[in-house]
Design a protein around this ligand. Structure first.
Ligand code: HSC
Length: 698
């Protein structure tokens, strides 16, 4: 028997205890251990039942995802589930923590299931780009009915024990040590004369309108195919005998296993965990974090304060004037109302957070005791410097001083204090209590424990924290500026903003760049263009047609008109016909003859611009690894998760092909399309971005 499985006897019950920390994933040695232990239990005299339990914090979290894409190793999981189910002994699962994916499939292969009240079950495979492949699509609908199985499998959600009981997924809830509970339950079943009860022999679930369900799930997936494919597997459960249903499940599973979406989603799964795992922070303790200060109570400051309050931190918010203090309180209270409505906090918690945990003030002396301050004031270097000089005077020694600037030089801000080692950038994304991304911007003199504190804060707030270096726009906004520019060039050359938006939504982005510009406010881009005009490279192409709209006071959604026209009460906008006229006028002025673009070319140019800039960002050390870029784009910029991020996308396309396209585009505009040295180097060496993630950088 393998060391991942402990076998013990409790009278006529054989206990199979899975020991594969941290979450008992079903790696080859676990599968082998389970198969051998079943053989042993069946061969031993006096065994009447088998109990399967998990050691540590979970029953089983699923198949071992690290084995995907590698050659299959026996015994495979579907056969193991069938083997368990076919046992003449009574087989029981006692579930605690999570039973996910293959973990639930093993449990469904057992004849009875008991769970702790806090247990959660689910089949989340679609989030990894696959579908339950060890009988889950065939057994779950036999116990829950087709409709409930479709809902559970296509959303992949975690189902709490009480609901699982109601749905028939588990048979009983009992609190206590999972092994004791399991033995107690198994004993009661044996005493009651219970016999093996294979789910596969239960009747097929009744059918539903499969085509309509497939279409609805496909639409909801916004380009992700695994949920809709899973519908077809569940359909097989209702229409085919069990054995044939399993075959169909396997075919569809293998189809998905071979997709790029599966590669992208698994890349996202591992790297959203790896991103905050920085070798240089090993052994570095963060500073204490009990309360934080927030300077500025606008949308951003109020969002940061809300996130901090919801994570249990004390908050002192500073505004300049009494009216502004009141307005900030109103914003925070509004945000917390949202959390109250969604059941994230109780009325009591709401009252305590708004009246006691949150403190507001107009004086910096109120910050004397806080452990960290985030400044979220106007984006102007002189204003920031003034704030940091005041913080330097007011805050206790060791307090971390953070700026939420989205592009200003954090080194220059740090120099305005007598303690640059305590200064860091913490770039939140608006609304800060909702958006998952946090860029932790490390300046030249930032101390390692201050960086560790930035990451500790991110973890407390439930953020995906990414380390970034200092440059204009850090990782995310710097790359955004480049792919946004590529979109602008395509407009000048003949693609309409509406075609571009649609092509990118079809690619999987939540919104296209022009709809995003309307949402953010066209005045922001207008101000940036003016700010950068003086230092602009002479070869840089910057469309100005949209400035005409801004000059008339049209700033997008907030004024009702931008690239799109927004009508009250209607969701989304309709293309603004004025835009085409403005573009035409600019093309005439510049002597450009517009040409047609295919959607494919639009996506390719947009993505190549993104990847090229991202490669520069990694090459210059602004992002430590390609995965840092991928997670930034995924969690802050609506990049489709199923592509894994722009660097993963580029790896999947082939870096040589991406570089070749960039070199072709460079023939039209050598300045903009100058290939990143890192990209050229990787192509020359036949390596991928992912090789750099694995620490293979030369
Ligand atoms: C599956 O089951 C497919 C089957 O249907 C069919 C297969 C059939 C094949 C047929 C072939 C013919 N594997 O998240 P945490 C690691 S697909 C490997 O930080 P938490 C994780 O990377 C699977 N590793 O902890 C991390 O490692 P690190 C379906 C896994 O408490 C560590 O464990 N199951 C792993 O916040 C701790 O994880 C899922 O999709 C796995 N399955 O959350 C569940 N799961 O420390 C995925 C975790 O080195 N997992 N790890 O960074 C989760 O949702 C969460 O990890 C938990 C724990 C909720 C389990």
């Amino acid at each position: 028997m393998t060391d991942k499985l402990a076998y013990s006897r409790h009278g006529d019950i054989a206990v199979l205890r899975i020991q594969n920390p941290p979450v008992n994933a079903l790696s080859q040695s676990v599968r082998q251990g389970l198969a051998e232990a079943m053989d042993r239990a069946e061969a031993e005299d006096g065994v009447r039942a088998v109990l399967i339990v998990g050691d540590g914090r979970a029953f089983i979290a699923g198949a071992d995802i690290t084995e995907f894409g590698k050659p299959p190793m026996e015994p495979n999981l579907p056969d193991l589930c069938t083997r368990i189910e076919a046992s003449p002994l009574l087989v029981v699962a006692s579930m605690h923590g999570v039973s996910l994916g293959g973990g639930l499939e093993v449990a469904l292969g057992c004849h009875y299931r008991v769970a702790q009240p806090t247990a959660r079950v689910g089949l989340p495979e679609v989030h990894l780009g696959i579908l339950p492949g060890a009988g889950g699509t065939q057994r779950l609908p036999r116990v829950t009915g087709a409709q409930a199985a479709v809902e559970a499998i296509t959303t992949g959600r975690h189902i709490k024990a009480p609901e699982a009981l109601e749905l028939g997924i588990i048979d009983k809830i009992e609190e206590g040590d999972p092994q004791d509970v399991g033995i107690h339950y198994t004993r009661a079943l044996l005493d009651g004369g219970a016999q093996p009860r294979p789910v596969s022999q239960m009747p097929n679930p009744e059918g539903i309108d499969w085509d309509a369900t497939y279409d609805a799930v496909l639409k909801k997936g916004r380009g992700q195919i695994s949920p809709a494919t899973a519908v077809r597997a569940i359909q097989a459960a209702s229409e085919l005998p069990f054995d044939q249903g399993i075959k169909r499940e396997r075919e569809l599973f293998m189809e998905l296993m071979n997709t790029d979406q599966r590669k992208g989603l698994i890349h996202a799964f591992f790297n959203e965990r790896a991103v905050s795992n920085l070798p240089e922070l090993k052994g570095v303790d963060p500073r204490q974090l009990k309360s934080i200060g927030v300077i500025g109570g606008g949308t951003m400051g109020a969002g940061i304060a809300t996130a901090a309050l919801l994570s249990g931190l004390g908050v002192v918010l500073i505004e300049m004037r009494e009216e502004a203090v009141e307005a900030a309180k109103g914003r925070i209270s509004g945000n917390l109302q949202g959390a109250l409505k969604r059941g994230k906090i109780s009325q009591d918690q709401f009252d305590t957070l708004t009246t006691q945990t949150l403190k507001v003030s107009t004086g910096y002396d109120s910050l004397a005791d806080v452990d960290l301050v985030v400044e979220a004031v106007f984006e102007e270097m002189s204003v920031k410097k003034e704030v940091f000089a005041k913080l330097d005077a007011a805050c206790k020694p060791g307090c971390v001083l953070a700026t939420n600037t989205s592009y200003l030089d954090v080194n220059e801000i740090a120099a305005a204090t007598s303690r640059p080692a305590d200064v860091i950038g913490l770039h939140f994304f608006s609304p800060a209590h909702v958006m998952k991304l946090l860029e932790v911007v490390v300046a030249d003199k930032t101390a390692p424990d201050v960086v560790a504190t930035g990451f500790a804060l991110g973890k407390m707030l439930g953020k995906i924290s990414v380390k970034a270096g200092v440059c204009d726009g850090f990782i995310g906004n710097r790359i955004l500026a480049t792919y946004r520019a590529a979109a602008g060039h395509m407009v000048l050359d003949g693609a309409s903003p509406f075609q571009i938006d649609k092509a990118l939504v079809d690619f999987g982005f939540a919104m296209g760049p022009f709809a995003v510009a309307d949402l953010a406010g066209l005045d922001i881009g207008w101000a940036t263009r003016k700010r950068k005009a003086a230092t602009r490279h002479p070869d840089e192409r910057v469309p100005t047609y949209i400035d005409r709209l801004c000059e008339q006071g049209h700033f997008g959604q907030k004024t009702g008109k931008g690239y799109y026209i927004y009508e009250k009460g209607k969701r989304g906008g309709t293309p603004n016909p004025e835009i085409d006229r403005l573009i035409e006028a600019e093309q005439q002025e510049l002597g450009i003859t517009p040409r047609d673009f295919t959607d494919e070319e639009i996506v390719r140019r947009y993505m190549c611009a993104m990847v090229n800039e991202a490669a520069k960002v990694v090459g210059e050390g602004i992002a430590a690894r390609p995965l840092d870029v991928d997670m930034t784009l995924l969690f802050g910029y609506g990049f489709p998760r199923y592509w894994g991020g722009p660097m993963k996308w580029a790896d999947i396309q082939g870096l040589d092909a991406v570089l070749a396209d960039i070199q072709t585009y460079a023939k039209e505009d050598a300045w903009f399309w100058e290939p990143a040295p890192l990209l050229k180097q990787l192509v020359a060496e036949g390596r991928t971005f992912d090789d750099l993630n694995k620490g293979n950088a030369k």
